[in-house]
Design a protein. Structure first.
Lengths: 94, 551, 154
């Protein structure tokens, strides 16, 4: 399954597209797509050029965890630097 | 050090205003990200994994206390309370908001700093010896020439869209602390047989995917022709360098494809046709810039300090720090102090806002207001009276900046890696942290002597792994982190590229492998030879055996 | 596509018939066949060492930017102006960003085949900087010459 992720334009923070079409900071809340739906959702998201800087698809499990070859990278994006647990989303105790 | 006059100040202010307009056009949607990206990159603003990253230039590594305090202010006000010193005498902020970046650049401009050309396919921040103006072994201070290059290269109309990025380093010592042989252009200022000072011009070195040690294309260039000769090299490169393949676009590929002799002939032909009087600075301007780098008002002191010797005898920790972190100064009674940003278990190159301010205070009180950044991700107080070394050490200890490990096994270069960087395949920082923890015993470290470990999280080699005595390159294998070890590299005057030993290892196995390599060195070391010298004498075999035996 | 040119120091839209173009290769292969051409189009890869003799009959030279990152034409323009003394129009065509034209103007370009941003915006971008550190093809005194002049006047 796929989810749409991006960095927010104003502060660069990692965001995911949720079911209601809003950007969320929590990967678990990201909308999950199969097949062509994912590409269509990404294409729509990319048109929101004043909200995000860069959008792409990531592979996720059915429970919304990072999957596939970029698992480590996307786990780090979703949480924050592994060497500074006081920074990034992980700092809020998520 | 150099101070902006109205021309320098105006240019930097105009650049900030221009960038402020570009950011506004992006935020309003007038510019797309594709259009904005090259513009923000020209000003050192990247988009990394978690946030934007702003890279600020510290030209030739020289900072005043005022500038360091400004860097601390930016870290506190606009970032998360820290900055990261890189391998190119830059500082990076990892969390700035896009809308704040024009204000950050304004703050930098107030302290005569900028982020101009810290990214993009242009001439990047010119780097130099961190001991410049202080080193006992230098011919003359190389920084005036670095400043001339900074000005000449800033917004160069012809060379702002080169085939690829372009890095120039300058040294004036036989002992090369600026890694000039692994730069696009390395300049070594020396005296010839007639006693005249001039540059050896080395071209086509570099790391990354295709590492090369550079070739000297001119043995002796009179100093006054530096800029025109650089312009000739850059013009040949701009017209002839490959643009069809990003991995083959650096000047090193052109130099090695043409052959160094042929490339030199191309440059000489171009140079001969140039109108040099429009490019080379006249004597008056060279002297004007040089005057800013006049030595500070050193006192006349005896070479030895009685109080220092007394303190050294009394405190073995201080004595150890002196042995590892102090270097010889050209002026009697003075010393160069290295400030390690590599505490055991720490993030190489990271420094907090409070530490920056503590260092600014120490520089103001004890080092003529000067601080230097090194390409090995450390800092330097260049001009400290030997009488004051103990006070400086105490101040550094209070700020957690007194780790006595310069040049030792835990003084590791590491790129930000996959913890921050969008290009990385693997993490680098945790490997550095774990190696420094494994070798935490300071006595053991010191007994091993000079041993340079350099770690890169991808093939782009920002961590200079090819020129590490022990190099570690992170590679991704089907989503898992593996690390490839190289041995025998050097980025100094005896530059060489490391040899790959064995296959990629897991992170755990990598830490063990480093320990085995070091044990092998310890077992085979003759007299007090460095690791690098032992490796060159022994070759790779005994080290490979030590690794395979374990596996 | 809009052609912008300098007129009395200002960058303004030029309304004129396009010139008759010929590539350097075609021109050299058969000059008689292209006797009516007024614009010489020089590719990025063309060596310029012996270009002097080809320039005299042309009032326009066209240099290409196949992508905004491809900067070979900056060097070519400077060579045409500074080494070969070409005084006709040097026109930039291809992918040109608004924020690049001040570099181009400094290298000797004086006409720009522009798409995207409008002429006002491009003209404004030319005013972003008031000093330059280097001498180039635009005849502006570099900062170091201005410093010398000021010191001499003081």
């Amino acid at each position: 399954m796929k989810a749409v992720t991006a960095n927010r334009l104003d502060d660069g923070a990692v965001v995911y597209l949720d079911e209601s079409g809003q950007w969320t900071a929590e990967l678990a809340l990201a909308a999950r797509y199969e097949g062509d739906d994912a590409e269509a959702a990404l294409a729509d998201a990319k048109r929101r050029a004043t909200e995000i800087a860069d959008g792409y698809l990531i592979e996720v499990t059915e429970t919304g965890a990072p999957a596939g070859r970029t698992t480590l990278r996307e786990t780090i994006r979703a949480a924050g630097p592994t060497v500074r647990e006081d920074l990034g989303y992980q700092a809020a105790g998520r | 050090m150099y101070r902006y006059d109205e021309f320098d100040a105006t240019l930097v202010a105009e650049r900030v205003a221009q960038f402020r307009g570009q950011v506004a056009r992006r935020l309003s949607g007038e510019l797309t990200e594709d259009e904005f990206k090259p513009l923000r990159l020209m000003n050192g603003l990247y988009l990394q994994l978690h946030a934007y990253m702003l890279r600020v230039a510290i030209p030739y590594g020289t900072l005043s206390s005022k500038q360091m305090r400004k860097l601390a202010f930016i870290a506190r006000r606009y970032d998360k309370g820290y900055g990261h010193f890189t391998t190119r005498q830059n500082i990076q902020y990892n969390w700035p908001a896009l809308a704040d970046t024009p204000d950050i650049l304004d703050a930098l401009a107030e302290a005569e700093m900028h982020a101009i050309q810290t990214s993009g396919n242009c001439i990047r921040n010119v780097t130099s010896d961190q001991y410049a103006g202080a080193a006992a072994d230098e011919v003359e201070d190389p920084r005036p020439y670095a400043e001339m290059i900074r000005q000449w290269s800033t917004f160069h109309p012809e060379f702002s869209f080169l085939p690829r990025k372009f890095k120039i380093a300058v040294t004036a010592s036989d002992h090369d602390r600026a890694a000039v042989k692994v730069h696009d252009i390395g300049l070594r200022l020396y005296r010839n047989d007639k006693g005249e000072a001039g540059f050896e011009v080395i071209v086509g070195g570099g790391l990354g995917r295709t590492p090369y040690v550079g070739h000297a294309i001119r043995k002796f260039l009179p100093k006054e022709h530096l800029l025109s000769y650089l312009e000739a090299i850059l013009r040949v490169y701009n017209l002839q360098g490959r643009r069809d393949n990003i991995y083959k676009a650096r000047i090193k590929i052109l130099v090695n494809a043409e052959g160094a002799d042929n490339f030199a002939a191309m440059v000489e032909k171009e140079w001969a046709a140039m109108k040099k009087t429009d490019i080379d600075l006249p004597r008056e301007e060279i002297e004007r810039i040089g005057a800013y780098f006049a030595p500070p008002a050193f006192e006349t002191l005896p070479e030895e300090s009685a109080s220092l010797e007394e303190q050294r005898r009394r405190d073995p920790d201080f004595a150890r720090w002196l042995r590892t972190n102090m270097a010889a100064h050209k002026t009697p009674g003075y010393a160069i102090v290295n400030v390690s940003l590599k505490p055991v278990g720490g993030v190489p190159g990271d420094i907090s806002d409070g530490q920056m301010e503590a260092l600014a205070d120490l520089a103001e009180d004890y080092s003529f207001d000067e601080i230097r950044a090194t390409h090995e991700q450390n800092l330097v107080l260049p001009h400290v009276r030997k009488d004051d070394l103990c006070a400086v050490w105490s101040g550094l200890k209070r700020a957690d900046l007194a780790t006595p490990n310069i040049g030792l096994v835990s003084d590791i270069i590491a790129c930000p890696g996959l913890d921050y960087c969008t290009l990385a395949n693997t993490r680098s920082i945790p490997i550095a942290q774990r190696i420094s923890e494994r070798f935490a015993d300071l006595g053991d470290q010191e007994s091993l002597g000079e041993l340079k470990i350099k770690i890169s999280g991808c093939i782009n080699a920002c961590g200079h792994h090819h020129v590490g005595h022990i190099g570690i390159l992170g590679v991704d294998k089907k989503g898992e982190e593996f690390y490839q070890i190289t041995l025998g590299g050097s980025g100094a005057e005896d530059a060489s590229l490391g040899d790959i030993v064995g296959r990629g290892l897991s992170a755990d196995a990598t830490i063990d492998a480093v320990e085995k390599i070091v044990a092998c060195y310890r077992a085979n070391r003759q007299d007090n030879e460095r690791f690098l010298d032992a490796y060159r004498r022994l070759g790779a075999e005994p080290f490979k055996e030590a690794l395979y035996e374990a596996a | 596509m809009k052609l912008l040119k300098f007129n009395a120091g200002r960058l303004v839209p030029a309304l004129e018939e396009p010139p008759v173009e010929v590539s350097l290769e075609d021109w050299r292969a058969n000059p008689q066949a292209h006797a009516g051409a007024t614009a010489l189009k020089i590719s990025n890869a063309a060596p310029l060492d012996d270009i002097a003799g080809d320039l005299s009959g042309f009032s326009v030279v066209i240099l290409a930017f196949p992508g905004f990152k491809d900067g070979r034409a900056y060097s070519q323009a400077r060579l045409l102006r500074e080494r070969f003394g070409y005084t006709g129009e040097v026109r930039a065509c291809g992918e040109i960003l608004r924020d690049q034209i001040f570099f181009m103007a400094r290298c000797g370009f004086d006409a720009f085949e522009f798409s995207g941003a409008d002429a006002d915006s491009a003209a404004a971008a030319l005013k972003d900087f008031s000093h330059f550190y280097q001498a180039a093809a635009d005849g502006t005194a570099p900062v170091w010459r201005r410093r010398l002049a000021r010191a001499a006047a003081a």
